[in-house]
Design a binder for this molecule. Structure first.
Ligand SMILES: Cc1cc2nc3c(=O)[nH]c(=O)nc-3n(C[C@H](O)[C@H](O)[C@H](O)COP(=O)(O)OP(=O)(O)OC[C@H]3O[C@@H](n4cnc5c(N)ncnc54)[C@H](O)[C@@H]3O)c2cc1C
Ligand SMILES: NC(=O)c1ccc[n+]([C@@H]2O[C@H](COP(=O)([O-])OP(=O)(O)OC[C@H]3O[C@@H](n4cnc5c(N)ncnc54)[C@H](O)[C@@H]3O)[C@@H](O)[C@H]2O)c1
Length: 463
């Protein structure tokens, strides 16, 4: 019997809060509630940290860093560094060695969560929860726990399209089990994951083809920047097939071909990766028994305070219709617990949430796109652009360019959208997101003395 089970047997299983799901949002909520003195139980059947830590942001960023190093090594070679790899052959990564480092980093996060949960007195049950009523859950081992409040933070899972042969394709979850770059890989989709993994695999030596049913990457991002990113990908050797909807996957020996809806058949690939979106984990957890309202895609419906239609039951993170990003799940959970147990005001502001796609180079945005700004503010828009070659790329005579855009409205030219494509955009955006949220104008940017020579200075020098 472990310490948690012993505690459950020795005390009435009554808590202030039961958190279902130990991912980004659930853990943040549990820790914050415990800080206010709430008695908290948390159920997580898999690894602590959920999607982000185990099959999302963290291992993805590690692979992105590896790919970034590979690109820089190639550039270093062209700049005169003696790197022991033929110039026409990419600097190869030994995946198993790298994966040891990646997984050690993740294991440290698990350990840290475990220590913090123990220190906070949070009772952890390593199993699935099933709702019995709005105050009671049943663990997989039959133990029932009661609480005044439930927080549902069960996240989501990758989906494959329902087409014949879909089982021949894999998802991002599988990608994190790969131990080498496949020779030829097809990626289906044009969203965050498709664009990120295409960049990573190309840089690490795969021949990558992307099959997108639409005509562009990354709906919701600035179209001009996404077109430039597509050009960058093409230049680096990624083959892009836009307007190419897939009807089936077909086995060809150990390889797989993609059948398009027009009947055409692709070349054979060693791996096919579906990056075709995610669905909320709301099935088979008893939500219908308590009458919880869901949207047609299965997301739990919540109001702006993250209350569901059932009193005492809250939901946050990817299981809701909030933007499926880790910091959004964390912010929603912390603000909820601040209100419930800390008697503090505050709610998650769904506007102006900054986000970065870890492509090569990265692309980020905060605020409105040009089209959104026009729909909201009419034609009184001012668009500023800076297109340039960052110094390292110019030195290496690499064609990769950066493109930054500001969307401003009204006479005072208030900045309502910042869009950055280029090296270091991922690190640059956070500070500018603070400024945008504070309502800065173009003059505020221009009044700020530039930091030279950097890419970031282009944002304050735009005319
Ligand atoms: C490949 C990939 C890359 C990503 N990269 C980024 C990024 O760079 N930046 C970013 O901000 N976001 C990124 N995301 C999104 C981010 O991972 C999610 O938005 C975030 O993890 C959502 O947190 P959550 O707490 O809502 O759910 P999750 O982290 O998914 O946690 C939900 C947990 O609930 C558990 N659970 C499910 N059902 C039950 C049950 N019945 N009982 C008990 N527990 C249950 C699950 O096991 C899981 O651990 C990425 C996602 C993917 C897939
Ligand atoms: N850097 C980050 O912050 C980051 C990285 C990865 C994922 N995420 C989060 O995870 C979420 C899920 O990522 P995702 O890339 O799976 O989803 P997504 O919603 O970003 O993209 C899904 C893509 O699949 C396409 N698609 C859907 N069904 C299809 C079908 N049947 N055939 C062909 N194409 C199809 C869509 O048109 C779209 O291009 C993202 O929305 C994002 O919020 C964030």
């Amino acid at each position: 019997m472990n310490a948690d089970e012993a505690q459950l047997k020795s005390e009435p299983a009554h808590f202030d809060l039961i958190v279902i799901g130990g991912g980004s949002g659930g853990l943040a909520g549990a820790f914050r509630a415990a800080e206010y003195g709430a008695r908290v139980a948390l159920l997580e059947p898999h690894l602590l940290g959920g999607t982000c830590v185990n099959v999302g942001c963290v291992p993805k960023k590690a692979m992105w860093l590896a790919a970034d190093i590979a690109g820089k090594l190639r550039m270093a070679q062209s700049l005169g560094f003696a790197i022991d790899s033929p110039p026409n052959k990419p600097c190869e990564l030994d995946w198993p060695t790298f994966i040891v480092h990646r997984q050690r980093y993740i294991a440290n996060i698990h350990d840290s969560y475990r220590r913090r949960l123990d220190a906070a007195g949070i009772v952890v049950q390593p199993m699935r929860a099933h709702l019995i009523d709005a105050n009671t859950i049943e663990c997989e081992n039959g133990v029932r726990l009661r609480a005044q409040r439930l927080l549902i933070a069960t996240g989501g899972h990758a989906v494959k399209p329902s087409i014949p042969g879909a089982e021949l394709g894999e998802t991002s979850d599988d990608f994190f089990n790969w131990c080498a770059a496949p020779k030829r890989v097809a990626i289906v989709g044009a969203g965050y994951i498709a664009v990120e993994l295409a960049g990573v695999l190309q840089a690490l030596g795969s021949r990558v083809e992307v099959f997108a049913r639409g005509q562009r990457f990354l709906q919701g991002f600035d179209e001009e920047l996404t077109r430039q990113l597509a050009d960058d990908y093409t230049q680096s050797g990624v083959h892009l097939h836009f307007g190419h909807a897939i009807a089936a996957l077909e086995a060809d020996g150990a390889r797989v071909r993609l059948r398009a809806i027009d009947g055409s058949l692709s070349d054979a690939f060693d791996k096919v990766l579906f990056a075709t979106g995610r669905r909320p984990n709301t099935a088979n957890i008893g939500l219908e028994r308590v009458g919880l309202a869901l949207d047609p895609n299965g997301h739990i419906l919540v109001d702006e305070l993250h209350a569901t239609n059932v009193a005492g039951v809250n939901a946050i993170g990817d299981v809701t219709t909030d933007l499926p990003l880790t910091p959004v799940a964390i912010a929603a959970a912390r603000r909820l617990m601040d209100r419930v147990y800390g008697q503090r005001e505050g709610r998650l502001d769904p506007n102006d949430i900054p986000t970065v796609v870890f492509s090569h180079p990265p692309i980020g945005k905060v605020g409105l796109t040009q089209d959104e700004a026009r729909a909201r503010h009419g034609d009184n828009l001012h668009i500023y652009r800076a297109g340039f070659r960052p110094m390292l790329y110019a030195l290496a005579e690499s064609p990769q360019r950066s493109l930054f855009k500001l969307i401003c409205v009204g006479e005072e030219r208030r900045v309502v959208g910042i869009h950055l494509l280029g090296d270091a955009a991922d690190e640059m955006l956070q500070g500018f997101a603070v400024a945008l949220k504070r309502g800065i104008t173009l003059d505020d940017l221009r009044d700020t003395v530039a930091i030279h020579p950097t890419s970031a200075e282009e944002v304050v020098l735009m005319r």
